[in-house]
Design a protein around this ligand. Sequence first.
Ligand SMILES: C[S@@+](CC[C@H](N)C(=O)[O-])C[C@H]1O[C@@H](n2cnc3c(N)ncnc32)[C@H](O)[C@@H]1O
Length: 170
Amino acid sequence: MNNTPILDVCCGSRMFWFDPNNPNVTFCDNRVVPNHEYYPGRFIEINPDIVCDFTALPFEDKSFKLVVFDPPHLVRAGKKSWMALKYGKLQDGWPQMIHDGFRECMRVLDDYGTLIFKWSDVQIPLSEILKLIEVRPLFGHKSGRLNNTHWLCFMKMPESYHQNESEVLL
Ligand SMILES: C[S@@+](CC[C@H](N)C(=O)[O-])C[C@H]1O[C@@H](n2cnc3c(N)ncnc32)[C@H](O)[C@@H]1O
């Protein structure tokens, strides 16, 4: 059950939210990290509303108007590095995990709902990710390759509508 129109399926420490306690958002992650100083003067806390796996979300179909998906993007990061602490790390079998995560995001999204996907291609190019998923983005941050971070926008169109199948040129 949920009462919010917005879902962040892997919120981490909510760094990109202007209001990290926005009551219109359900914040999920598969980790809880108690607040602590990981570097002198720098703190991190991961405290999701719901601890769950984005490949098996505990929500009914079409529950949200907006879903945000910012999965881990690193395959190489030291176990104790601040990067792994903040962003998590991709494990063996990650292509299937990203595929299943997208499928779940689209399942819980309402018709005409929006999915925002964020990807940093420092280690894995966005083109590899797009090969894994069935849906095509509408538009995105094409110059993302210059600073390694892409933001893509998808909409869940009901089946009777045109399904975007265009190639994404990056
Ligand atoms: C790139 S970080 C998200 C950063 C976040 N958007 C922010 O603004 O701070 C990715 C997050 O995905 C979480 N994660 C990794 N695998 C997951 C899974 N299967 N289900 C749910 N969360 C997962 C990690 O714990 C990590 O916090």
